[in-house]
Write a protein that binds this ligand. Structure first.
Ligand code: ZN
Length: 374
């Protein structure tokens, strides 16, 4: 992962490059940003740049031995700390080395992924994830040693908000008396869950979500997506490249039709058909279910603009706008807000691996009630 691999975000790139240029790299930095954004990608690209043996003006060289090791995330002076969960087939004593290997493949595959994807990747969807106490201990040992070959030892902590309190306190101690030539990059989605004493020891970098245009370019150039589909996905993904990448694998038309059918059943209060619908939808996989919900949320945003007389601001195809205009006839602002809440909650429950048949049927009943709102 180099800076040039991260689409757009030139302000952050320049900020990081300038810090190196002025020799002002803070020893502890928080890369704060929403899920699906470039915060982990930036931490990885920055670590690579700092230890590059032949840094170029705006990026690491990509060719030196350090860059080659960073490319595979196996540099001996790069320490990765990440949330873990137990895995049935793996002995406890083997867990860390097993998960480290998996984690490397996981972030190489898509550095914009989130914790749910990580759970899915290692087959631990329903598990509770945390950065356990042992991790704090082994990290302390690792940073007490001299670096192997690079100028800096770099510790990347992915999702420090999931640190066990003992681990958090150990990290805090290190941040209070930072070892020389050791940098801590914490990649965080929810800064409010960190100890305030940790936050106050870090330089905070707010990493913005991707612009629609950056997502579009990435989908066209890397994921072989056609321009029209890329535009549509960028709008639905709402700044998350992770969501956008998943949407490329999906038939947008079919999610759109599924959402339209669902709303028709709920509006008509066809309870028996709603139940069958929830059953059918529960069989198409969680990612597809989430995509139907994301489509719905995108359409509701359109309806909100349309009912407020701002149809011109809707950035969608003529067919989608026709659907929005039509759907808006049975909506008012209260109904839109309520259905938006229901779909947002449903998305969350499905992500948390609840029973999707029950969740979707309950959502159908709530949506059908919401249509009564005056
Ligand atoms: Zn290099």
């Amino acid at each position: 992962m180099q800076f040039s691999d991260i689409p757009g975000s030139s302000f952050i790139k320049n900020t990081l490059l300038a810090a190196v240029d002025k020799k002002h790299v803070a020893h502890a930095q928080l890369f704060v940003g929403r899920e699906g954004g470039p915060n982990l990608a930036f931490a990885l690209a920055y670590a690579k740049f700092i230890n590059c043996e032949d840094p170029q003006p705006t990026d690491s060289c990509g060719r030196c031995s350090s860059c080659i090791q960073f490319k595979k995330v196996v540099h001996p002076d790069l320490h990765l700390v990440f949330p873990m969960a137990s895995i049935e087939k793996v002995e406890k004593s083997e867990l860390k080395s097993y998960l480290l290997k998996e984690f490397r493949s996981f972030i190489l595959q898509n550095p914009y992924s989130d914790i749910h994807d990580w759970g899915h990747f290692i087959g631990a969807e329903n598990k509770q994830f945390s950065i356990p106490v042992d991790e704090g201990r082994s990290l302390m040992q690792a940073i007490a040693m001299k670096s192997f070959q690079a100028e800096y030892k770099i510790v990347i902590i992915w999702l420090p908000e999931l640190m066990h309190i003992t681990t958090a306190n150990a990290i805090l101690k290190v941040l209070e008396e930072p070892p020389v030539k050791t940098l801590f990059f914490m990649v965080c989605n929810d800064v409010e869950k960190l100890l305030p004493t940790i936050i106050s020891r870090c330089q905070i970098l707010q990493i913005p979500q991707f612009e629609d245009q950056d997502i579009e370019n990435q989908l066209i150039n890397i994921y072989d997506c056609d321009a029209q589909k890329a535009k549509k996905i960028a709008f639905i993904a709402d700044g998350s490249l992770n969501k956008a990448i998943k949407l490329t694998q999906e038939n947008l038309e079919s999610s759109q039709n599924t959402f339209a059918t669902w709303m028709r059943l709920c509006y008509g209060k066809k309870y028996a058909e709603m139940l069958t619908f929830a059953e059918d939808l529960s069989k198409i996989g969680r990612e597809n279910q989430k995509n139907v919900l994301l489509h719905g949320l995108e359409k509701l945003r359109g309806c909100m603009l349309h009912t407020q007389g701002a149809t011109k601001l809707i950035r969608q195809s003529p067919e989608d706008i026709a659907f929005i205009e039509n759907f808006s006839k049975i909506l008012n602002i209260h109904i839109i807000v309520r259905i938006t809440e229901i779909l947002t909650d449903t998305h969350l429950f499905i992500e948390r691996n609840g029973n999707s048949k029950i969740i979707l049927f309950e959502a159908s009943l709530l949506v059908s009630l919401a249509f009564n709102f005056k």
